[in-house]
Design a protein around this ligand. Structure first.
Ligand code: ZN
Length: 203
């Protein structure tokens, strides 16, 4: 695990989990010893040793923080507010250019769309402007939803697997609600699958 903030807590959790696992193992070993006398062959077959890598991954996933801390949330909040401001400004200039189109007064500095505007393309240009505007307002709604999730401290939690969406992805796509893998493939990643299995098992 990279040395990020929160890795200290994660390490602590891992130690705790390892201790608990060791205790559980000891308990199982004791139990196995007592029943080994009766049916040793069957028991060995039923409980093949788990792969060390699997155990390691499971412990790492179990130890992962499930929410972003206040400092990270503050960072994301500022980022989202910045995006929102930017988008609102773009919307304002689009509205201006829409007005220009309506009045027929094309102001080149407020609209790129007027550059190749000729007679007969007005309707098309207007359509394009409306499309950009509606995309912009949809994006603002999504940003507002993201801000609401920050307030409830659910921001950055993958809707699919419950693990944290990596910081880098959220910085690139602040409205993201799932890991990139799930978004792209419709399937949770390996870590996600482990997390889902653990959640199902009530861990
Ligand atoms: Zn996920």
């Amino acid at each position: 695990m990279p040395a990020k903030k929160g890795s200290k807590t994660a390490a602590k959790n891992t130690v705790q989990i390892m201790k608990e696992k060791a205790a559980a193992r000891a308990k199982r070993a004791k139990k196995a010893k007592s029943s080994a006398k009766k049916t040793p062959a069957v028991r060995a077959e039923k409980n093949p040793p788990r792969k060390a890598a699997d155990t390691k991954l499971a412990a790492a996933v179990a130890a992962e923080p499930r929410v972003y801390g206040p400092e990270k949330l503050k960072h994301f909040k500022e980022l989202i507010q910045g995006k929102k401001k930017e988008t609102m400004e773009e919307l304002d200039s689009l509205k201006e250019s829409m007005m220009d189109v309506t009045t027929g007064e094309y102001v080149s500095e407020s609209s790129n769309y007027s550059l190749h505007m000729e007679q007969g393309t007005d309707a098309m240009e207007r359509e394009k402007t409306f499309l950009f505007a509606s995309r912009g307002s949809k994006f603002i709604n999504q940003l507002d939803d993201a801000l609401a999730r920050i307030e409830t401290r659910t921001y950055g939690v993958c809707k699919e697997c419950g693990l944290l969406v990596p910081k880098e992805r959220l910085e690139a796509v602040p409205t993201a609600q799932t890991c990139a893998e799930y978004k792209n493939t419709g399937m949770p990643c390996e870590r996600g699958r482990v997390a889902l299995a653990q959640r199902k098992a009530g861990k």
